[in-house]
Design a protein around this ligand. Structure first.
Ligand SMILES: O=C(O)CC[C@@H](O)C(=O)O
Length: 347
């Protein structure tokens, strides 16, 4: 009988350490695990997960009811940076470490944010439609209204790893940059050519506001009507973080009433959006389908990293990236210095 039981919703796979990749073999023995695919509905998931040693949280919200029903779970792993699909508070109360993958898709998301910034600013989607609709002559007058990019100000809300990678991309475009993040050292901002600022300064002085706040209950609807009212009339709002950080109704009002010029969004409050979401038919909105992290290496990189985190814990070691590290002190897990996750051709 396999030593461990790992429960994952149907269709969510991961790579068990020791199976494919040399760096994993260096670090870990293969784990002897039975992988159980559970239906993604709460009651059936609970029945399957009750005796699990580990859970891969994908495709189903891991609620307090699920967490409270777990009898022997040693780790809940996430295949994302965002931890909004797990009730981390409930997991912490039960002493269960929750892991995420904060450093696996940084470059992809930063590329996507930069693409949205440029596409929103130069009105790519509108321009494309004009050409296809036979309105060739309308293209130039539309762009004669916008300034040139060089010298414009890009403001970041939250200055974590993705925002820092965006700053590196934006610098050669000649953008002036500022950031609001009370949790990041100012020296790190200066190192990236970014001026520390208050939220009010970012909103009122930026031509682009790039939202990177993590999906946590504390920042739910962090941006509301009063914040959009502070933004510059011609500004572009970019969001590659989480839709829930923005009060979408206020954003829609801001776009409809011209308080800001454009929104370029990879994330929405409800995904996929309902067919009556007004943004679907608004000319001044550019949308992508929460795909910023995707690239040819995405699936493999995610599976490997998820497998790695849960293998570490099942073999008695601290995970690499724990979102509730306070629980680790109270476990029997050993502190361990892992090898870098970002090496190898598929990293
Ligand atoms: O799961 C995905 O497809 C995207 C995940 C991404 O938003 C993240 O939080 O890392």
């Amino acid at each position: 009988m396999p030593k461990y039981r790992v429960v994952t919703p149907k269709g969510a796979s991961f790579t068990v350490a020791g199976s494919d990749y040399s760096f994993e073999r260096e670090a870990l023995d293969p784990i002897d695990a039975e992988i159980v695919e559970a239906p993604a509905n709460e009651a059936e998931f609970i029945a399957a997960a009750k005796n699990a040693d580990a859970i891969y949280a994908k495709g189903i919200p891991i609620t307090k009811s699920i967490i409270d029903a777990l009898e022997s779970c040693k780790v809940i792993t996430l295949g994302s940076v965002g931890v909004d699909s797990v009730d981390v508070k409930a997991a912490t109360a039960r002493g269960i470490p929750v892991t995420n993958i904060p450093d696996t898709f940084i470059e992809e998301v930063a590329d996507h944010a930069m693409m949205l910034l440029l596409a929103g600013f130069r009105r790519l989607v509108e321009q494309d439609r004009m050409v296809r609709d036979g309105r060739w002559a309308e293209g130039r007058p539309a762009l004669l209204k916008i300034p040139r990019l060089m010298g414009q100000t890009l403001g970041f809300i939250s200055f974590g790893r993705v925002a820092r990678a965006v700053a590196k991309r934006a610098a050669p475009f000649g953008l002036r940059m500022m950031a609001y993040d009370p949790f990041i050292q100012e020296t790190l901002m200066y190192d990236h050519g970014v001026i520390p600022a208050t939220l009010n300064e970012v909103l009122s002085q930026s031509d682009f506001v790039s939202m990177h706040a993590p999906a946590r209950p504390e920042v739910h609807h962090m941006l509301t009507e009063k914040h959009f009212r502070q933004m510059k009339k011609g500004s572009v709002f970019i969001n590659t973080g989480r839709g829930a950080t923005v009060d979408e109704e206020s954003l829609i009002k801001a776009l409809q009433e011209g308080w800001i010029a454009h929104a370029a969004l990879d994330v929405l409050e409800k995904e996929p959006p309902s067919h009556n979401n007004p943004m679907l038919s608004m000319e001044n909105v550019t949308l992508t389908a929460h795909v910023a992290s995707a690239s040819a290496r995405f699936d493999e990189a995610r599976k490997r990293r998820v497998g790695y985190e849960l293998s570490l814990v099942l073999q008695g070691m601290w995970p690499v990236s724990c979102v509730n590290p306070s629980v680790l002190q109270n476990t029997a897990l050993r502190r361990w210095q892992p090898v870098s996750m970002d090496r190898g051709p598929n990293s």
